[in-house]
Design a protein around this ligand. Structure first.
Ligand SMILES: [Zn+2]
Length: 341
């Protein structure tokens, strides 16, 4: 006989099952891409290729810039973000040399990318394809900084405290020459700076001013500037950013930055950052293979020194950088976000 209603026992079981369902762990969560890429200490040892976009991508064939070169010192070595597409790393080496000839004492190199790119555990939304690099606006000191100093020394803001304008006691014509030199390279598509810096350049640049088109105002970026190169030849999986607006960018679009609107706190609840929810599904399929690709035997094999962009051969000797004990991730200062108050 088929009961018309569920037997009492079944009705008792159902709430138990319901409770179990709520207690049960969800289906195995997808690992976060930032954890997978953040765990890689060495690059994918294959031909250089960038995949995806600046804020959603990865790369193979990465090389590191040496911690020290004739005209640069890399900062925050514990982060292991001295990696980039070889075109990016060679460009930094070239900029360091040519800027030195222009009268800039040398580069303090900030974050480039993780060894295989991808989203980072902390900081930047972009820097994922090995095609973005931060360079401090603080001139390199005459002495070599110790590793501890490279963790702790702060960059100096070039803005007048509490204002949107450059402090003329800090800003020098050499700052302008450094940015002009960086913008002069055809592979450089954008240079991000604080609007106050863009304004200073607009107000003072003489002669051919076409390079100003590449200098883009953005939040933050008054301690360092950000160099972005285009998709390198041969990286067919790399998506280009739309070209910059023609013109110097010194008019209306710059004036907007000196209104209240861009600095108004964002409304509504804070959205989670893309890097904190991004799984491998958000990245190009090629990035799965990038994670699985073999690594070089050691970092020295893929480190570019100060010899005009030559890849330094393996020495088998650990560098001071690789022997360095990293500081806890939690103590890494984050780049300045869009202000919320
Ligand atoms: Zn940057």
């Amino acid at each position: 006989m088929i009961p018309r209603t569920f037997p009492r026992s079944a009705r008792l079981v159902c709430p138990v099952l319901a409770a179990m369902a709520t207690l049960a762990l969800p289906a195995k969560a997808e690992p976060l891409a930032k954890n997978l890429f953040g765990a890689k200490n060495l690059p994918a040892y294959t031909q250089p290729q960038s995949y995806g976009f600046y804020s959603k991508g990865c790369f193979t064939g990465g090389v590191a810039i040496a911690a020290d070169g004739p005209h640069w010192q890399a900062m925050r070595l514990s982060r292991n973000r001295r990696w980039g597409h070889p075109d990016m790393i060679k460009l930094i080496e070239r900029l360091s040399r040519e800027a030195a000839a222009d009268g800039w004492p040398g580069l303090l190199v900030g974050d480039i990318s993780q060894p295989r790119g991808g989203p980072m555990l902390t900081g930047h939304a972009s820097h994922q394809m090995g095609l973005d690099a931060d360079v401090w606006l603080t001139p390199m000191p005459g002495k070599r900084l110790t590793q501890a100093q490279r963790e702790k020394v702060s960059a100096v803001s070039v803005l007048k405290k509490g204002s949107l304008y450059v402090d003329d006691t800090i800003w020098t014509p050499q700052h302008a020459a450094l940015l002009k030199r960086a913008a002069s390279y055809p592979e450089v598509e954008r240079i991000l700076v604080h609007p106050g810096i863009k304004k200073k350049l607009c107000d003072t640049a003489t002669g051919d001013r076409r390079w100003l088109q590449k200098i883009r105002p953005f939040w933050g970026h008054h301690y360092h500037f950000h160099i972005r190169i285009g998709c390198p030849p041969g990286s067919s999986g790399c998506r280009s950013q739309r070209p910059t607006t023609p013109g110097e960018g010194c008019g209306k679009s710059l004036a907007w930055w000196f209104t209240e609107e861009p600095w108004r706190p964002a409304k509504g609840p804070e959205k989670p950052k893309a890097r904190d929810i991004m799984t491998m599904k958000s990245l190009p399929a090629a990035c799965q293979a990038v994670l699985r690709a073999p690594a070089p035997a050691n970092e020295q094999m893929v480190t570019i020194g100060g010899s005009g962009g030559r890849t330094v051969a393996a020495t088998g000797q650990p560098t001071a950088a690789s022997a360095f004990v990293p500081t806890p991730r939690a103590s890494i200062p984050l780049p300045e976000p869009r202000p919320r108050n």
